[in-house]
Ligand binder design. Sequence first.
Ligand code: ADP
Length: 428
Amino acid sequence: MSHVSDVLDISRYDAGKVSATLEPVNISDLLQDIIDSQSGMASAQETTLDWGWDGPSQHWVFSDGDRLQHILMNLIGNALKFTKRGRVSVTVNWHADQMWIAIEDTGIGIPAELQGHIFEDFVTGNTSYDREVGGSGLGLSIAQRFVSVLKGEISFTSQVGTGTTFRVTFPATLAQAPAPAKAVPQGQIPNTPLRILVVEDNEINRFLVREMLQADGHTVVEAHDGQQGVDLAAAEHFDLILMDISMPVLDGRSATRQIRDGGGACARTRIVALTANALAEERQVFLSDGMDDVLTKPLTKSDLREILAGSGASPPKVSRHIVDLAHNAETKEVLGAEAYLKVLGRFKAEVDQLISWLQQSQSMDRTDIAAEVHKIAGNAALFGAQEMRDALLHIENAAKTGSHEDVEQGIALLPDIWRRSKAALAEI
Ligand code: ADP
């Protein structure tokens, strides 16, 4: 999983899709978290690991916290990997809107012939030590890319047998500590959830519409072509029909005419066309077929809500898509369909295992809980399963700083979120 994630990071960067998201970052907290998470590795290596400010501390600066964390995790992780019974020290210095971070180790050092290549993709040293510790050889190449996202620089000096020092510098202006986040008010659940028939041949569009509607509390029944739509509309009552126009077997215009003329359960139900063509004259044609309104694709949640408001629904609750389709599609593209399914299968098994472990882990060490959920949260992000990721990160935070009840509550919510996430992932 982490190799896949590395390859994705690189392909996103090389496609120009990675840009820095500047926000106030507490450098001290960020470093302390990394040091804490690496302390197990340090004691396994019998190596001391510490960090400190060189000069006055400056906790809050504007930077991209996620990228910075990735870079430092990698450099500190490497320093520990290659240092047995030694010392790894991280020093931070802030001066004139520049941050300097040095990661110094007393490890094996980097041989001169390797020094010119370590930032290249897939390059690992070929010593027995390297083989023993393993690695994809992508760590430093990603770190270097992310440093350039931060508009910074990375360099190192190293001597075999003595140790290595990596230095990262990047611009970082001072920031204020952000105000504590206010609780987001819960949106209202619609008073009158609707039963909606979605007639659409395209699987992704169907998924999108269904997610948006279900998130607002409505029930969705799906038809994959016009004929199925006509059959369902004849047999069952729906409060609203969303009708794609071009579909195999029977197109949306003919289906609408048949529903109107057939005298079935939905002969008088509101039918809204879903179309990529927003031309005014086409709209007229659709209305003359018996449709009541037209929605233009790509659909937005607010368009849908407007239409629903006209169908008697009350303001829907605020919700997010359970799976980020764009992110998921990217992963699929990078992996190819076959490997995607394989890795997805592994991920699912991993989450199932995690959930049953968490359910028995009430009395377990909180650090273990935080570490386990953190790992899986990263994998959830890989598949765009953002609600799952958020829920896991919530448990992680609760395990680090919250009460026992917070942790338990987070764990109790997980199975349902996972069930819906799994269903959504299976539909893509
Ligand atoms: P990986 O992702 O496999 O760790 P990296 O790109 O991070 O690969 O590192 C490439 C190679 O550089 C490593 O295999 C190792 O030989 C060398 N290297 C990196 N950091 C250090 C260090 N602190 N001390 C010694 N060797 C290092």
